[in-house]
Design a protein around this ligand. Structure first.
Ligand code: 2PG
Ligand code: MG
Length: 481
């Protein structure tokens, strides 16, 4: 099979900004499309997107990418065989000829690389995750969901920390998603009661965006809900600390502090609320912050340290930091580097260093759900796909549910079951939470408990906001939900 046609489109992303979509058609007549997301809180060393620079769309248009594809790429690749991603991406990288893709643009390259990858999977009649797993010789695993419940930073007004997430212990997508649903909607009610109806508005990733609140209020609310849902969960943060670091100082919740004090604050939160992981805890340019991380390298830490802006899905950057064993987890975002081949190299480098891999969306997303197949296919420990709100995020939750339902149906078929599934996949629940962490319940586990019909969130009888001076809520302190 070969490439017959490459059609680029300028479309809009979830923030209404222009982005690039490529539809690639093979000589058998099959088509696959890939559309490119964009970040708001970017690492300094991310590959460079190509944009028009002139009106319309305030210079953010990508018509220049359409020109590049129509006039430079297409003539070279029509008739090019499918199924050779590494060579295809290698040629694109060589054509660009720069370290940071500034010539053709990371968006141009990724749209082509993604469409080629998806079309190759389609021609092989394999789901994308399976094609990716075979290409990388990896074992597919359900990733843990790092679900954004409350947002701030560059994604929403109000809070300085960018993401307050929960990570359900259960790796069964349907159990984890029902937990996320319950927590999200319960926190929404809590926020509405504390701060009024405007607290129900959401940020770029669908995370709630209350004004006049504080980290301690959010963390307290999340920790009070733990143990009351379908699955127990951990609490995780993405500080995206670049966005509140200026002139050597972190400006956070009315304090101007240095890295050591910020780390103390994290420790305080951890001792009160038990934080599982913190992504980008310090700004990537802050030497003092990096020294703190280096001092803890290769040691057991109070919470996992995850790199995003530091490592930007670059094998070179990952190797550089991980020779010192600085990070416990590495965020993987294909558009930070520009091709899927380089994304796979970054994943291998992260895994080889002993770090966990967490695949991630961007704050400016499209309806493309390939990152879900990527995370499952390469057996990532986690995936960030925002909140269960807004179409472009929900698309990814739905893809995960689809993969689970398909696998389930296949397993049943293989087991010789006569009963074809007719309705939605059953929602399984973890055993009743105990003081110990409950083991994850897998759908294929014999005798796994079946959901009761009552899947509505447990009421939070008396949510008591914390009284720390750093966290004075503006509204009534005690509320019944
Ligand atoms: C992040 C991402 C996604 P952005 O910092 O991890 O949550 O945000 O896409 O704006 O870089
Ligand atoms: Mg991040």
């Amino acid at each position: 099979m070969t490439i017959k046609k490459i059609t680029p489109y300028q479309i809009l992303d979830s923030r209404g900004e222009p982005t690039l979509q490529v539809v690639m058609t093979s000589d058998s007549g099959k088509s696959a499309s890939f559309s490119v997301p964009t970040g708001a809180s970017k690492g300094k060393f991310e590959a460079i997107e190509k944009r028009d620079g002139d009106a319309p769309f305030g210079g953010k248009g990508v018509l220049i990418c359409l020109d590049i594809i129509n006039n430079v790429i297409s003539p070279k690749f029509i008739g090019y065989p499918l199924d050779q991603l590494q060579d295809f991406d290698g040629l694109l990288i060589a054509l660009d000829g720069t370290k940071n893709k500034e010539n053709l643009g990371s968006n141009t390259l990724l749209a082509l690389s993604g469409a080629y990858l998806k079309l190759s999977a389609l021609e092989n009649e394999k789901p994308l995750w399976q094609y990716i797993a075979e290409l990388n010789k990896t074992s597919p695993e359900y990733p843990k969901l790092f679900a954004n419940i409350v947002g701030g930073g560059k994604h929403a007004p109000g809070l300085d920390i960018q993401e307050y997430m929960i990570v359900p212990e259960s790796t069964s997508p349907s159990v984890a998603i029902s937990t996320i649903y319950d927590v999200y909607h319960t926190v929404q009610k809590i926020m509405k009661n504390l701060y009024g109806p405007s607290a129900m508005l959401v940020g770029d990733e669908g995370g709630l965006a209350p004004l006049g609140t504080s980290s301690e209020v959010i963390l307290e609310a999340l920790s009070q809900l733990n143990g009351k849902m379908a699955s127990n969960f951990d609490i995780a943060l993405d500080s995206a600390a670049n966005s509140f670091y200026k002139d050597g100082v972190y400006n956070i919740e009315n304090q101007s502090i240095h890295a050591a004090e910020l780390y103390k604050l994290y420790q305080e939160w951890n001792s009160k609320f038990n934080i599982f992981s913190i992504e980008d805890p310090f700004a990537e340019t802050d030497i003092e912050g990096l020294e703190i991380l280096k001092g803890m390298a290769n040691q057991e830490k109070p919470f996992l340290i995850i790199a995003d802006d530091y490592t930007v899905t670059s094998k070179i950057k990952i190797d550089e930091f991980q020779k010192d064993g600085i990070f416990d987890g590495i965020i993987i975002k294909p558009n930070q580097v520009g091709t899927f081949t380089e994304t796979f190299e970054a994943i291998s480098a992260a895994k080889a260093s002993g770090a966990e891999v967490v695949v991630s969306h961007r704050s400016g997303e499209t309806s493309d759900s390939s990152i879900v197949d990527l995370a499952y296919g390469i057996g990532a420990i986690g995936i960030k796909i925002g909140s269960p709100a807004r179409g472009e995020r929900v698309e990814k939750y739905n893809r995960l549910l689809e993969i689970e339902a398909d696998l389930d149906a296949n397993q049943k078929k293989a087991a010789g079951s006569q009963q074809a599934p007719t309705g939605p996949a059953p929602i399984l629940r973890d055993p009743a939470p105990t003081s110990q962490s409950a083991p994850p319940v897998s759908q294929d586990m014999p005798g796994a408990p079946v959901s009761s019909n009552n899947s509505s969130p447990q009421p939070v009888a008396q949510f008591q906001p914390p009284t720390s001076p750093l966290a004075q809520p503006k509204a009534a302190p005690t509320l019944a939900i």
